[in-house]
Ligand binder design. Sequence first.
Ligand SMILES: *Cc1c(COP(=O)(O)O)cnc(C)c1O
Length: 426
Amino acid sequence: MNFEFSLDPNLPSLMDEQDPLATLREEFYIPCHENKQELVYFCGNSLGLQPRRTAEYTQEVLSQWQSLAVKGHFEGPYPWMPYHEFLTEALAQLVGALPEEVVAMNSLTANLHLMMATFFRPNQKRNKIVIEQHAFPSDYYAVESQLIHHQLDPKIHLITLAHREDLLFYTEDWLDLIHQQGESIALLIIPGVHYYSGQFLDLKTITEAAHAKGCLVGVDLAHAVGNTVLSLHQWEVDFAVWCHYKYVNSGPGAVGGCFVHQRHAKNTSLPRLSGWWGHDKESRFQMNAQFQAIASADGWQLSNPPIVSLAAIRASLDVFSKAGGMLPLRKKSKQLTGYFEYLISQQLSEQIKLITPSDPEQRGCQLSMVINSPKTSGKALYQHLNDQGVSVDWREPNVIRATPVPLYNRYQEVYQLVEILKEQLL
Ligand SMILES: *Cc1c(COP(=O)(O)O)cnc(C)c1O
C-alpha cells in the first residue's frame, strides 16, 4: 500500500487503518503524559520503548537463578553458558551479517576500543585515523585516546572529515580524502546514520575506496541498527559496533553489539585484548594459560555477560522477527518519515529547515529540524512539545530531533506533532 500524501486531516487515520504493521504497537508499553493520555513518543532514536515481553524474558532469568542457582549455567530452557548464542541468528539478520560475524557483548564504546586494539595497528607509514567532524563525543574520545595510547599526537594523526555547509558528509569528500591521504590512513571510523543530522552514509562505496587504498573501515551503527537495512557482510566493512538501547529497544545501558567481518573473525591469530569468554569453549574450563581464540566474533568477548540484559535483547529481537525483519519495517518507515517530511515541507518550509537529507535512501526514521522563527526559539519549542506530551529531543547547538519509529508509532502521531508545530510557528 502506497498512499499519495495530502494535507487531508483524515489521511493519517486511514493510513493507520491500512498499516499491516499497526498491531505491533501492542507489543510495547507506551508511557503516559500527565494528562493520562499516551505520550507521542518520538525519542526511539535515544531510548526505545519497552516491549511487553521484556519482563517475561528477564523474569525467566531471575526465576532460573532462584530455582537452579549455579546449575542455571547449564540447565533450564535457556541456560546461561551459551546464552549469547541464542541472540546470534537474529542479530546477524538485523545487520546483514553471517552468524559467525556478530556477537552481543560489552557496550558500544568498550567494543570500539576492543576493535581498535585489533584493527588499529599503526606503523611508520600508515598511522592515521579518520573520523567525521563533530563526531559523537564518545567515539571521538575513544579514537583520540587510542592514538595517545600508541604515543601518537592526535593533532597530526587524527584526521577529521569536514561536513559541508549543509552539515552533511558527502561521499565524494570521503573519496577525495582517501585518494589524497589513503596511504597514511590506517583506519576510518564512519557513522552509519549520523546522530545529529540523521544522514545515512554510503558505507559500501566508502569502504570500497578505503580498501582499494589499503585502509581498514570500522562503522558506528548506534543510530543505524534496527533503523535501516544493513548488509555489513556484503559491504565488507572490517568491523562495526552498536548499542541496543536506541532502535533495538533493549533498555537503558543494554549490552552492545559487535561485527567482525568473516575474513578477520576466523583469524584466531589476530592480536586482541583477550578474556576467558573469548577462549575456545571446549577448553575454557581447563583453566590453562594458553589463550586460544574462538574462530568467530565470539573470540573478542572478555567476560561472562549480564544475562538479564541479554534476555531483554532477546525479547526485543523476537519483536523484530514478529515484524518480519527490517524490510517491512523499513518500508513503513519510509512512508512514516516521508509523510512527516511532506507535512513540514508543504506547510512550514519557511519556519523549519530540515537538515536530514530528503532522499529516503540517505536517511532512516529521524528528521532533524532547525527552527527559524521570530515567534519562538528551537529550545522553547522543544520544551513546549514535551509539555504537550510529544517527546522529541534536543541536540546542541540548535536541533530538534523527532523520530517516528515503524514498530510503534502511528501516522496520526506525526500529524499531531505537525499540528502543534503549526500552532506555534504560524
Ligand atoms: C548513542 C551513541 C553512543 C553511546 O555509547 P555507549 O558506549 O553505548 O554509551 C556512542 N556513539 C554514538 C554515535 C552514539 O549515537
